[in-house]
Design a protein around this ligand. Structure first.
Ligand code: SF4
Length: 160
């Protein structure tokens, strides 16, 4: 996830049949440089991101909370899906011990809670404890979303 946050790689989440993050009323930000993605999304489905001056747009969702690019339970633009979708990793909540609390994301939270990490040696234990310790710095920051708190913890952990 550290590499994904630095835009060096996509997250490699074995989603299987799960589409929780595509059906949980999420606004997907798409940066102006994501031209391959933007070329595949009808203009009518995006709008300028609030307070953004750099051309970032937002892909919304329908009355059921579903991304309009999700068709027949699959992303219709998967090879060109937005960067935000490529880097999303619901395992971050279990890894940091930060629960996803937002009401409209309960399906993601339920799926995320099922992840388990194998801590097989001291190196794993040190890393796991360090990430949990980083999370304690923001665990009570109610001005941040759950996702922002979890991502902060990963970034903080990266500075260790
Ligand atoms: S663009 Fe694709 S991956 Fe992203 S939320 Fe929509 S359906 Fe899911």
């Amino acid at each position: 996830m550290e590499r994904a946050l630095r835009a060096e790689a996509a997250s490699e989440v074995p989603c299987g049949e799960c589409t929780a993050c595509c059906t949980s009323s999420q606004f997907v930000h798409i940066d102006a440089d994501e031209t391959e993605t933007l070329a595949r999304i009808p203009n009518a489905l995006v709008f300028p991101a609030p307070r953004s001056t750099d051309g970032t747009v937002v892909l919304g969702y329908d009355q059921h909370g579903k991304c309009p690019m999700l068709i027949d339970d699959a992303c219709s633009i998967y090879p060109h899906r937005p960067r935000a979708c490529r880097t999303y990793d619901c395992r971050v909540f279990v890894a940091t011990g930060i629960d996803l609390e937002e009401d409209n994301q309960s399906a993601i939270a339920a799926r995320a809670r099922r992840w388990r990490f194998d801590v097989v040696d001291d190196t794993d234990r040190v890393a796991y404890d360090a990430l949990r310790a980083a999370a304690t710095l923001v665990r009570d920051r109610r001005d941040l979303t759950s996702t922002q708190r979890a991502v902060f913890a990963v970034r903080q952990y990266g500075k260790r």
